[in-house]
Ligand binder design. Structure first.
Ligand SMILES: [Zn+2]
Length: 78
């Protein structure tokens, strides 16, 4: 029973930390919303195949329409 409570607290803390990280749009956040390309407005696919190391590590995508580099929140990476 004590173990169950301990795991519950750990999970809760992890969820809160990720929620805060996502809100502040940090690298550590997770973004589950669909992203639209700010350049051409194309909807980005949910399942993304990383095309470089940065996308592999931190998420993000390359727009299939205009090939702009986007982070996982839909901002253009210069
Ligand atoms: Zn685009």
């Amino acid at each position: 029973m004590t173990d169950f409570i301990t795991y519950g607290i750990i999970v809760l803390v992890a969820v809160v930390v990720f929620a805060i990280a996502g809100k502040s749009k940090s690298k550590w956040g997770i973004n589950l919303k669909r992203v639209y390309c700010p350049v051409c407005g194309a909807k980005q696919p949910i399942v993304r195949w990383p095309q470089n190391q940065q996308q592999f590590l931190w998420g993000g995508t390359t727009c299939p329409k205009c090939h702009a580099n986007l982070d996982k929140y839909g901002n253009v990476i210069p």
